[in-house]
Design a protein around this ligand. Structure first.
Ligand SMILES: NC(=O)c1ccc[n+]([C@@H]2O[C@H](COP(=O)([O-])OP(=O)(O)OC[C@H]3O[C@@H](n4cnc5c(N)ncnc54)[C@H](OP(=O)(O)O)[C@@H]3O)[C@@H](O)[C@H]2O)c1
Length: 281
């Protein structure tokens, strides 16, 4: 498995496994199968309600902890230093771990300056080997990076062939922030899996659309965390290290960019209101 090196020297697998929208009952089997298939990077979040199941699958797998790279994420309601420290402890307890490899702020809303100060402490204690953010726009990311001690190691943002964010990626790279793609397949929206360009490129390499998309991300140095509950697709999504997309393939994929989210815009006032007030049960 290829790795990237984060801005604090920690290495992270470039390809992992995400468990958004996988119910707690299904999660144990999915994570067990993913570990079995060879995934070592796992991405969960307090908001997904499945940290316990992820932890149980890790414990049952027998995979040595040091081989794993476990990420979890803080929800907005846990803003404030004290709340953040408590939320982090709750996540660790649910995961059954004494540290995570990456702890992220899930959304760029609320009192994230306080959250970041608490996360800097957690990081200094070695309880999160790296800390980062998710869904932060350029302005918010730069503001946080410029006015705090620790520069976020990662920004986990929607990135896929329909929403490529090339300029923003360049900025993040120049600031030393690793880009991690969520929604690499846009959850199949906009006909991703039947897209004729991606299908043709895949056929030429003997690969599926999903494999082309993941390979495209990897060749751009972007960490990807595709989700699937199918063991066959887990294996397929990992099998992307034996081919290379040509410059012509990459240029063709560049033409698919639609310049906007396939889901929603984090700057949309309605979404700011909704996400800022959403509380976990
Ligand atoms: N920070 C954030 O705000 C945020 C937001 C969204 C997601 N994420 C993270 O990013 C991860 C991935 O994003 P996502 O789950 O939204 O979407 P995604 O990975 O783009 O798409 C998942 C969908 O693609 C299907 N799929 C997976 N592999 C396939 C293949 N080889 N062929 C055909 N279909 C395939 C899955 O179906 P099956 O399961 O039926 O196979 C599922 O419906 C999440 O799990 C989560 O960890 C973070």
């Amino acid at each position: 498995m290829d790795h990237v090196t984060l801005n604090n020297g920690v290495t992270m697998p470039i390809l992992g496994f995400g468990v958004y929208q996988v119910g707690p009952e299904e999660t144990h089997a999915a994570v067990a199968a993913a570990l079995d298939a060879g995934y070592r990077l796992l991405d969960t979040a307090a908001a997904y309600g499945n940290e316990e199941a992820v932890g149980a699958a890790i414990a049952a797998s027998g995979v040595p902890r040091e081989e794993l790279f476990v990420t979890t994420t803080l929800w907005v309601q846990d803003a404030g230093e004290e709340h953040t420290l408590r939320a982090f402890d709750a996540s660790l307890t649910k995961l059954g771990l004494d540290h995570v490899d990456l702890y992220l702020i899930h959304q760029p809303f609320g009192d994230y300056y306080s959250e970041w100060r608490a996360m800097e402490k957690i990081h200094a204690q070695g309880r999160a080997r790296a800390i980062g953010v998710s869904n932060f726009s350029a302005a918010r990311l730069l503001d946080l990076a410029l006015n705090n001690e620790v520069v976020p190691a990662v920004n986990q943002i929607e990135t896929n062939p329909f929403h490529q964010r090339t300029e923003y990626h360049e900025l993040l790279r120049s600031e030393g922030v690793q880009i991690e793609s969520w929604g690499p397949f846009a959850e199949g929206r906009n006909g991703m899996f039947a897209n004729p360009h991606l299908t043709e490129i895949g056929a030429a390499h003997g690969k599926s659309v999903a494999q082309v998309v993941l390979r495209w991300l990897l060749q751009r140095g972007v960490v990807a965390i595709p989700k699937t509950v199918s063991p066959e697709r887990m294996a397929q999504n990992l099998d992307v290290f034996d081919f290379v997309l040509s410059d012509a393939d990459m240029a063709r994929i560049a033409t698919l960019d639609e310049g906007g989210s396939q889901f929603f815009d984090h700057d949309d006032p309605e979404m700011v209101r909704r996400l800022s007030t959403h509380r976990l049960g």
